[in-house]
Design a protein around this ligand. Structure first.
Ligand code: A3P
Length: 289
C-alpha cells in the first residue's frame, strides 16, 4: 500500500484519507444511546472496547465476542482501503451502538454533544504511548516510516504524528470532562485494579453486575487472554495492512516499558518538555506503577 500522508486538519496532522472524507465524519448523526470510546492512539482503546462490549453483553461471551473487535466497535473516522468506512459501518449497526475514535475533542462531531451521548475517555502516560506508537508504525503498513526511535520521539513530542499532540489531546478531553457526559479513565489504573475500573464503567453506564461477572470480564479482557484471542488482537486483518510478524498489536501491555527504550538523555529532555507543556493543567499521570 502507498504510505499514508499526513495533512493538517483543524490544526492537527491527520491521514489524508481521513481528511478527504472529513465531511461525512463531521456530519455524523449520533444517537443518545451511542457509547464512544475515545483515546489518543495506543492508550488502551482495544482493551476498553473489549470491556465495554462484554458489559453490554452482560458478561456473556457467546453474545459478545464472536466477531472481530474491529466490527464490534467501529472506528468512527476509519477509512481503510478495501474496508467499509467507520461511518458506513455505524450506519448499519444496531443500537445501542459502540464506537471508538481518536479525535481530539475539538474535532468531535457536534451531534455527540447535542445528543448528550456518553464517552469513556482512556488516557495513558505519554512515555508508554510514545513507545507503543513507535512500534505501531511498524505494524501498520500504510503509516509513515517512523525512522529511528530518537527521530520518532522528537516528532511525537512536537505533535508531528497522526492525531497530533498527545499533550493537547489528553488536556483537551480533561478540560471538557465535566461539560459533557465523559468518564475519564487511566490505563495505569486499569492495570493496577481492572475490576475497580470496570466498576467505574458500570456505574457510569448505570448498570449493575455481580462480582462473578465483573471477575469474568476482567479475566477475559486481561492482556494474556486478549493476546491469544484473534477476535481482539487484529490477527484477522490481512498482513498487507497490518503486519504482526516482527511485533504484535498486543505487544507488552504494561506500564513502564518506556524505561527499556528511553535513553537517560532522551528522558531528561522529555521531562523538561513535559513540565512545560503540562504546566497549565492539574491532570496527573503515573508513568510507572
Ligand atoms: P503496548 O504497545 O505498550 O503493549 P490501542 O488499543 O489504543 O491501540 O492500544 C494498544 C496498547 O494497549 C498496546 O500497548 C497493547 O499491548 C495494549 N493492550 C491491549 N490490550 C490490553 C490489555 N488487555 N491489557 C493491557 N494492555 C493492553
Amino acid at each position: 500500500p502507498t504510505l499514508q500522508k499526513l495533512v493538517p486538519l483543524h490544526g492537527v496532522p491527520m491521514a489524508i484519507e481521513i481528511a478527504e472524507n472529513w465531511e461525512t465524519v463531521e456530519q455524523f448523526q449520533a444517537k443518545s444511546d451511542d457509547l464512544v470510546i475515545s483515546t489518543y492512539p495506543k492508550a488502551g482503546t482495544t482493551w476498553a472496547s473489549e470491556i465495554v462490549d462484554m458489559i453490554y453483553a452482560g458478561g456473556d461471551l457467546e453474545k459478545c465476542c464472536r466477531d472481530t473487535i474491529y466490527n464490534r466497535v467501529p472506528y468512527l473516522e476509519a477509512r481503510i482501503p478495501g474496508m467499509p468506512t467507520g461511518v458506513e459501518q455505524l450506519a448499519v449497526a444496531p443500537s445501542p451502538r459502540l464506537l471508538k475514535t481518536h479525535l481530539p475533542i475539538h474535532m468531535m462531531p457536534n451531534s455527540f454533544w447535542e445528543k448528550n451521548a456518553k464517552v469513556i475517555y482512556v488516557a495513558r502516560n505519554a512515555k508508554d504511548v510514545a513507545v507503543s506508537y513507535f512500534f505501531f508504525h511498524q505494524i501498520v503498513k500504510a503509516m509513515p516510516d517512523p525512522g529511528p526511535w530518537g527521530v520518532f520521539l522528537d516528532n511525537y513530542m512536537e505533535g508531528n504524528v497522526s492525531y497530533g499532540s498527545w499533550y493537547e489531546h489528553v488536556k483537551g478531553w480533561w478540560e471538557k470532562r465535566n461539560d459533557h457526559n465523559i468518564l475519564y479513565l487511566f490505563y495505569e489504573d486499569m492495570k493496577e485494579d481492572p475490576k475497580r475500573e470496570i466498576r467505574k464503567m458500570l456505574h457510569f453506564l448505570e448498570k449493575d453486575m455481580s462480582d462473578d461477572i465483573v471477575e469474568k470480564i476482567a479475566y477475559h479482557t486481561s492482556f494474556d487472554i486478549m493476546k491469544t484471542n484473534d477476535m481482539a488482537n487484529y490477527k484477522t486483518i490481512p498482513n498487507e495492512l497490518l503486519d504482526q510478524s516482527t511485533t504484535s498489536f498486543m505487544r507488552k501491555g504494561i506500564a513502564g516499558d518506556w524505561k527499556n527504550h528511553f535513553t537517560v538523555a532522551q528522558n531528561e529532555k522529555f521531562d523538561e518538555e513535559y513540565k512545560r507543556k503540562m504546566s497549565d493543567t492539574r491532570l496527573h499521570f503515573r508513568s510507572e506503577i
